[in-house]
Design a protein around this ligand. Sequence first.
Ligand code: PLV
Length: 322
Amino acid sequence: MARPFHLNTPLLESVSMTKCVGTPVFLKMENSQPSGSFKIRGIGHLCQQLATQSKGVVCSSGGNAGMAAAYVARKMRVPATIVVPSSTPQLVVQRLQDQGATVKITGKVWDDANTEALRLAETEGLTYVPPFDHPLLWQGHSSLISEVAASLEVKPGAVLLSVGGGGLLCGVVQGLKDVGWTDVPVIAMETVGADCFNAAVKAGRLVTLDDITSEAKCLGAKTVCRKAFEYSQSSQLTIISELVTDQQALSAVETFLGQYEERVLVEMACGAALAAVYSGLVHRLQDEGRLPALLGPLLVIVCGGSSVDMEQLNHLKHKLHT
Ligand code: PLV
C-alpha cells in the first residue's frame, strides 16, 4: 500500500484546559498536518484509491478540503481544480494557487460550489473529491482515533469535535468502533447559523438550512451527510449535538492563541469545538447529567484550518464585535 500523505500528529496535554474542565484534556493537533487540517487523512486516502490514473481532480470546499486535495494532487502529479464559494477569504485562494491548483469561485456557499464541482467532474471527466460525504474519507479520518488509542493509556471520557458536513464525525465514530470505544460519548459542536447537524438531530430527519449565516464558513454545509445523521439516531452511540455562537467560537480561537494557552492559531470552525471547553459547556453537560460527573480524559480534536491569519482574525473581531 502507498505511504499515506498524513502525519501521526502530536497528542498534547493542555494544562490550562485541564484546569478549566477539571479532568485531563488531551489535544489531537490536526492543525499540524500538511495542508493545515485533518482533511488530509480522508482526502489522501480517497485520492490514493480513486485518483491514481486520474486526468485531474475537482474538489468543492469551504477551504480546507480544497487545501488537502491541492496538496495531495501536487504530490501525485495530478492537476487539481478547487471550487470555493465567494465567502472564502482571499488568503485561501492564494494558498490554493500556491499549491498549484486552479481555483474557481462559484456561488455564495459551499453547496453552490459543490454543484459546480459535480458539473465539472461530469463534463471534463475529472475525479470528484467530496469534502465530507464518502466512506473512503471516513476510513481515512478514522486513523486519528487509532493513533490516539496507541498513545493514550486510558480510554477517553469523551471526544470533542466540530461538525460541518459530518465527515470528521463519521471518521471519528468509525475510529471509535475500530478500537472498541463505542461507549465514549462524542460532543459534536457547530456554530449557530452553520448548524445543519443540530437541525437534523432536533427534527429527527435530514434538514437543509436556508442559508449559512455563521462566519465559520468551513462548517457551512447546508445539509449534513446522511451517515452522520444515522449515527446520531443509533442507540449504540452517544452523540451530543451542541451549538455555540460565532462570538464564542472566535473568542475560543483567541484564547487558544493566547500566551497562557497553546499559542496556535486555528480557524473558527475549530474554535467551535474549543469553545465547548472555554465557555463552560462541558461543565453544563455534566451538571445536566448528560456527561458523567467523574469524566475520564477529554479528547479534543484540534481540527485546525488554514482560512485564518492575523489580518483575517482582526477582520472577524471587528465584524463580530468581540
Ligand atoms: N470543512 C470543509 C467543508 O466546508 C471544507 O471544505 O474544508 N474543521 C475544519 C477546519 C474544517 O475545514 C471542516 C470542514 C470541519 C472542521 C468539519 O468537518 P466535516 O465537514 O467533515 O464535518 C463546508
